[in-house]
Structure formats: C-alpha cells, structure tokens
Design a protein around this ligand. Structure first.
Ligand SMILES: NC(=O)c1ccc[n+]([C@@H]2O[C@H](COP(=O)([O-])OP(=O)(O)OC[C@H]3O[C@@H](n4cnc5c(N)ncnc54)[C@H](OP(=O)(O)O)[C@@H]3O)[C@@H](O)[C@H]2O)c1
Length: 233
C-alpha cells in the first residue's frame, strides 16, 4: 500500500494507531493535529520521510484551509481522507434535566462541521488521487434505528448528523468516482472508548486498514462497520 493519506487527530487513540499501521504498510501520512504527543513525535522520528505533521484545529475553517494549503505544497494528490478526529464532551451521560448545553455546539463543530470543512478543502487533491476514498469516523451511537439509549444526546446526535452528511456527500461525488463511508470503527480502548473496551486501538486499526484496501463500491453501503457490513441508519 503506497497511498497519500490525510488523517485528523493522529496524536492519540485510533488516529495514532491508524497512522502507525498505515506507515508500517508503506503509505505517506499527512496528519492534522491540535496537539503533538510524545508517541506521534516518536513515529515521525521513525518515519521522517513519510509522516508530515500539520498543526490544525478541524473546528476552525481557516486552520483547516491553511493545513490543506501546506499539504498541496507537498503533494499533488490525496488518495484517502480519514476524518477521525472527534469529541465526546458528555462523558457522564447526563439525563436531559442535568444536561449542560454549552458542550452541544462545540460537539457539532468538531464532529459534523469539522469533517465537512476538511473534505471541502481536501476535495481538489482527492479528485486527483488514485483511491478516491473519504472515511468519516461515525459510530453505532449515530444509528437512529437501533438506538436504545436514554442519554448521551450530543455525541449520538452529532454522529447521526455526520451520517446524513456522508450520504449527501456520497450522492454529490459518486459520479466523480469518489466513495464516502460513515464508518463505525467498533468499540476500542482510548480516552473516548475507556478502558473497558474489548480491543486496543491497534486491533481496530488493523481491521480498518483492510477495509481501506477493499471498501464497498460506489453503489454499496455508506454507513458500515469495519468489516464493511451495512449498519442501520
Ligand atoms: N473509542 C471508541 O470505542 C469509538 C467507538 C465508535 C466511534 N469512535 C470514533 O472513532 C474516532 C476516534 O476515536 P478515539 O476513541 O480514538 O478518540 P480519542 O481517543 O478521544 O481521540 C480523539 C482525537 O480527536 C482529536 N480532536 C478532537 N477535536 C479536534 C479538533 N477540533 N481538531 C483536531 N483534532 C481534534 C483529538 O485531539 P486532541 O488531543 O487535541 O484533543 C484526538 O487526537 C472518533 O471519530 C470517534 O467518535 C470511537
């Protein structure tokens, strides 16, 4: 695998594990991060020619635009865009009576509008890419059809909205041969996933990388799990 890949939020969690796996497999990674971590800097020491870091906040279009401008100065095309960065700001899962609405707009900004801003600014490079794949990291938490929760409004609502954005985008770019996925990566341990999760992010990343190599076709499903199987909207 020798792709030019843009990933957001590669300093920890799944983003870091994906960057590590994709670099080991021979791809070139452009990572937009708000913060650099020790682990990410170690990775850059290991792959100085294949890992480029761009400081950036996906909630801020100026910042996203600047990062993509720098990437366009490095490469003429992107093969895959991985919209991995997201927030879960209601970790205590409050019932509606206890909800603090001040975290709602920042959640939408990072989880829905941010990925769209990244795609908007990456599309010119992606159109010239070989793989032409956009992956928006969604969640089963965004499925309305299977929802049994009684709390966790902001995160679940944001992922449902990201699912809608992904389908609209798929309709819009299908004729150009660009595939869009809203991917539930499974439950894995991370700051967001917690320590009780059944698998480490490296294991989730392994499966996701297999899917990147062999994604559903343009007429295939958009909302999928990491095996590529259809999930209920
Ligand atoms: N963990 C799970 O079990 C699970 C399950 C289903 C779906 N997912 C989805 O999988 C993806 C990765 O999850 P994770 O567990 O690895 O999350 P995580 O450990 O909480 O990491 C989130 C990443 O997003 C970055 N980020 C957040 N807001 C950002 C912004 N405005 N600009 C740039 N970067 C930003 C964080 O950077 P900072 O260090 O700067 O905050 C961090 O790198 C997310 O989309 C999540 O919703 C996770």
């Amino acid at each position: 695998m020798n792709f030019q890949i843009l990933i957001t939020g590669a300093n920890r969690g799944l983003g870091l594990a994906l960057a590590e796996k994709l670099l080991a497999d021979g791809s070139f990674i452009h990572a937009i991060n708000r913060h650099e971590s020790v682990e990410l800097l170690h990775l850059r020491e290991k792959y100085p020619d294949n890992l480029q870091l761009y400081p950036g906040d996906i909630s801020d279009e100026n910042s996203v635009r600047q990062s993509l401008h720098k990437i366009a100065g490095q490469v003429s095309a992107l093969d895959i865009v991985l919209n991995n960065a997201a927030v879960h700001l209601e970790q205590s899962l409050p019932l509606l009576e206890q909800v603090d609405f001040s975290v709602y707009l920042p959640t939408y900004q990072a989880n829905v509008i941010g990925p769209l801003m990244v795609i908007k600014n990456a599309l010119p490079l992606l159109r010239k890419g070989r793989k032409k794949l956009i992956v928006n990291f969604s969640s089963e938490a965004g499925s309305i059809g299977t929802c049994g929760r009684q709390s966790e409004y902001s995160y679940c609502m944001s992922k449902a909205a990201l699912n809608m954005a992904s389908q609209i985008l798929q309709n819009a770019v299908k004729e150009e041969g660009i595939k869009v996925l809203a991917l539930h990566p499974g439950w894995f341990s991370s700051d967001m996933g917690g320590v009780a999760a059944p698998i480490p992010p490296s294991e989730a990343a392994e499966q996701i990388v297999k899917l990147l190599l062999n994604p559903p076709g343009l007429d295939g499903p958009v909302f999928v799990d990491s095996q590529g199987d259809t999930l209920e909207w």
